[in-house]
Ligand binder design. Structure first.
Ligand SMILES: [Zn+2]
Length: 448
């Protein structure tokens, strides 16, 4: 409780220094510009194709430099390797429609990568079928999971270079099939998963077959449902598994005025999912250009002489988050500040909406800090609600939490729901709670 009283007073003092909040707080046109820049086509989805991650890193280094952050590594850069499957070249799926059995006589429909289908994260490369030699796709009927005769029939099917289409809900049931049948299915050239929504992610492995996720509504529109031969297709997927790809975290610091050897740490991942074929890319405006923009706004705030905090503040823009929290795990294994000296860490990921407020991962793990956050919000009416969650391995705070560093992960709730898809665009972000979250964070951090 003693710290709360001290806290309150410190906040009062800070409050006086902050009277012209509108001008000294975050600048929303700059926030929009940061997000639009990071989500722009020339950043190629901030992934591992066409230097997307490197371009984003170069931009952030420049911003760190302009803010006068001290580099905690040469040129702010902590490099680390990761292995990731990428889709740098062609990604094509042509359905033969009309006369399925005679594709030459029918019409072919080209599905759009990004909006109608995507490559599954672990898809292997392949060039299968062509305009005059479409490959067959068999519908994997649910009967196959319960009926031995259906299993026997499928086992005898020859693939002729084709494969199966399976509903997303049935994918977990594949593991329940007899092993010879599982092996037979894996020996097909292709597997299509029919999904209600396209949600991309990254894999560090590559399968021995072409795997595509196709929007179920699109598939149903153009294929035959009665026939077990669902469609004939021509497919081209250029997939490349990149081993030990060098990417990086970017780390800058503002030294504390009273206790520079104690640290408050603000983190946000700047990487995203990259590209899907030549044209489609994942902008990642909400995930996580929004959190990166918040990190930069906080850095701009604390960089002002009148806002310099007693503790040092470290700003980490993590790479490799979408590849499995690779950058933050690397930092925890190779820390550039002693982990026990971190008073608190705030991880910012998905801050672009907020109609309903924010959720705090670890809020239930650290009830005192959470209660403080809620009290600040009740007093200041910054966001509609502040909800607590338990532990979750869903963003870059996780390995810090596992190492005993007190940490919250904040994300906004409500509003647009584009996630890991081509629709997560800068123009679509309402940034409803952005300004409120900014104020809440500065009050909260002043309480340490
Ligand atoms: Zn993500």
């Amino acid at each position: 409780m003693a710290s709360l009283i001290v806290t309150g007073r410190r906040w009062l003092l800070l409050g006086v220094g902050l009277l012209p909040f509108g001008t000294l707080a975050q600048d929303m046109s700059r926030v929009r510009h940061t997000i639009a820049t990071l989500a722009a086509p020339h950043m190629h989805g901030r992934g591992y194709v066409r230097d997307g991650d490197q371009r984003a890193a170069a931009y952030l280094r420049q911003r760190f430099r302009q803010l006068g952050l001290q580099p905690l590594a040469p040129d702010y850069t902590q490099s680390f390797p990761l292995t990731v499957n990428t889709f740098p070249g062609k990604l094509q799926l042509d359905l033969s429609v009309g006369m399925l059995r005679f594709p030459v006589l029918g019409r072919s429909r080209k599905l759009q990568p990004g909006t109608e289908f995507i490559a599954a994260p672990e898809s292997g490369p392949g060039k299968i079928g062509g305009p005059f030699s479409a490959a067959p796709i068999i519908h994997l009927d649910t009967l196959v999971f319960t009926d031995v005769a259906a299993q026997q029939r499928l086992l005898k099917r020859s693939w002729y270079g084709g494969g199966v289409a399976i509903r997303n809900a049935d994918v977990p049931r594949l593991a329940t099939l007899p092993l010879p049948l599982q092996q037979h299915l894996d020996s097909a050239a292709m597997r299509f998963t029919l999904v209600p929504k396209l949600t991309a992610s990254l894999a560090s492995i590559q399968a021995g077959q072409v795997r595509l996720d196709i929007l179920e509504s699109v598939w149903q529109k153009y294929t035959s449902k009665q026939d077990d031969l669902a469609a004939q297709v021509a497919v081209r997927v250029d997939a490349e598994l990149k081993h030990d790809y060098q990417t990086q975290n970017l780390i800058g610091m503002l030294p504390g005025t009273a206790q520079p050897d104690s640290f408050l740490v603000i983190t946000a991942h700047y990487d995203h999912l990259g590209t899907m074929g030549r044209r489609a890319y994942f902008p990642g405006a909400n995930d996580n250009a929004s959190g990166t923009a918040m990190l930069l706004e906080l850095a701009a705030y604390y960089a002002r002489p009148e806002n310099r905090p007693a503790y040092s503040v470290v700003f980490i823009a993590f790479g490799g988050e979408e590849a499995g929290l690779v950058g933050s795990r690397y930092f925890v294994q190779h820390p550039l500040v002693p982990l026990p000296r971190i008073r608190f860490l705030l991880n910012l990921d998905l801050l672009g909406t907020g109609e309903e407020g924010i959720t705090v991962v670890n809020g239930r793990v650290l009830p005192d800090a959470f209660q403080r956050l809620q009290q600040f919000n009740e007093a200041g009416h910054f966001v509609p609600s502040v909800a607590a969650r338990g532990k979750a391995a869903n963003s870059d705070h996780y390995y810090f939490t596992e190492s005993g560093v007190p940490a919250f992960f904040l994300y906004t709730r409500g509003g647009p729901t584009a996630y890991h898809d081509v629709h997560d665009q800068a123009a679509a972000l309402p940034l409803t709670a952005f300004s409120g979250v900014f104020k809440l964070i500065t009050q909260f951090l002043a309480s340490f």
